[in-house]
Design a protein around this ligand. Structure first.
Ligand SMILES: [Fe+2]
Ligand SMILES: [Fe+2]
Length: 264
């Protein structure tokens, strides 16, 4: 059995103690790391590792997550600078398969779409994923920033070519789980036999609302997932929380005009 820590949306900044949306992102990440009952076998951080793409933010990510496990993998989110990130971290630039055990392989997929908050998986990346899934002889857990099956209907919260991505994932029976971030809200659903698991953010949790007021920051504690990948393909998803509620819930509007879309 593999114990996989699923961290996401750490939104670290170059300045130690720097605030993001009023929260100390590094301190919050440290508190989540400390909340794990024991060290997992491996960690995946599903994007928005940095708020500003600064190299020092990625160095902070490396230092803090090293306290949790020796093996840490990353995929890029819409906030990340892919060049700075891959220069500092062991991160997939577009696609990579990682052996976890005799029974499990992890596929790291970039859904970063340059200049956009929403995701997109480029055709070449999707073709590589499809080939790897066709050749897979183990169970596969796919990790990417944007959810292929988003629990929020707003385009910003999904993947531009989501149906195409979903088609590739569901066509291959080796795919057992799909892990994502971006929503800053945990979810766990099953679709076509695949577990779709969204991580809470280590920075702050959001509640997604209607199309006018798109999301609201909630006082939910910094948190992460701890996922057991059993040898027989079974998956158990645990919630790891600091238990410390945060102040500062407020409504934030997102309008249709693309130039006004906020980064998150
Ligand atoms: Fe984020
Ligand atoms: Fe994001």
């Amino acid at each position: 059995m593999i114990r996989l820590a699923h961290l996401s949306d750490t939104h670290l900044v170059a300045d130690p103690g720097g605030l993001v949306s009023g929260h100390d992102s590094a301190a919050n990440l440290v508190s989540v790391v400390d909340a794990f009952p024991s060290r997992p076998d491996v960690v995946v951080v599903t994007g928005d590792v940095s708020e500003d793409g600064a190299p020092d933010a990625y160095r902070a990510a490396r230092t803090i997550t090293a306290q949790l496990a020796r093996e840490v993998h990353y995929v890029a989110g819409n906030h990340d600078d892919r060049a700075n990130m891959s220069a500092v971290l062991d991160s997939a630039t577009a696609f990579r398969m990682v052996d976890l055990s005799r029974n499990w392989t992890m596929a790291l997929v970039s859904s970063q779409w340059e200049g956009n908050g929403a995701g997109r998986v480029e055709a070449a990346t999707l073709a590589r994923l499809d080939d790897a899934l066709a050749a897979a002889t183990t169970n596969v857990v796919v990790c990417l920033h944007h959810p292929p099956r988003s629990t929020c209907s707003y385009p910003y919260c999904g993947i531009d070519n989501g149906p195409e991505v979903l088609g590739v994932l569901t066509a291959r029976p080796r795919v057992r789980a799909v892990l994502s971030g971006h929503l800053h809200r945990r979810f766990d659903t099953t679709y076509d036999g695949i577990r779709f698991i969204g991580a809470p953010s280590t920075l702050r949790q959001l509640k997604h609302a209607g199309s006018q007021a798109h999301f609201i920051a909630t006082p939910g504690p910094p948190a992460a997932g701890l996922i057991e990948l059993h040898d027989d393909g079974a998956i158990v998803n645990h919630h790891v929380s600091t238990g410390r509620r945060q102040p500062g819930a407020y409504w934030r509007r997102i309008w249709q005009r693309p130039s006004w879309l906020p980064t998150r």
